[in-house]
Design a protein around this ligand. Structure first.
Ligand SMILES: [Zn+2]
Length: 77
């Protein structure tokens, strides 16, 4: 870490709307349009450019629960 305390907190998940829900996916790589990514709830998602309306979609509960678990696991290390 170059600047302790100044760098943004590591995200536990990236969120992308798809099919009326916002799904989370592992924060290993930023999701880009054209990619196929596995969501935290186990779905295979084709990443597309989301519109502002899409972002109003409710969060996928399964992904949310998984993200919370990931965050808690990160905090305890
Ligand atoms: Zn999901």
């Amino acid at each position: 870490m170059l600047f302790p305390g100044l760098e943004a907190e590591k995200p536990v998940a990236y969120w992308r709307p798809c099919g009326g829900l916002r799904h989370g996916m592992a924060a290993t790589e930023v999701p880009r349009p054209g990619q196929e990514r596995r969501t935290l709830c186990g779905e295979l998602l084709n990443i597309v450019d989301a519109s502002e309306i899409d972002w109003l979609a409710p969060t996928c509960e399964t992904c949310w629960t998984a993200a919370i678990a990931l965050r808690d696991a990160q905090e305890s290390t």
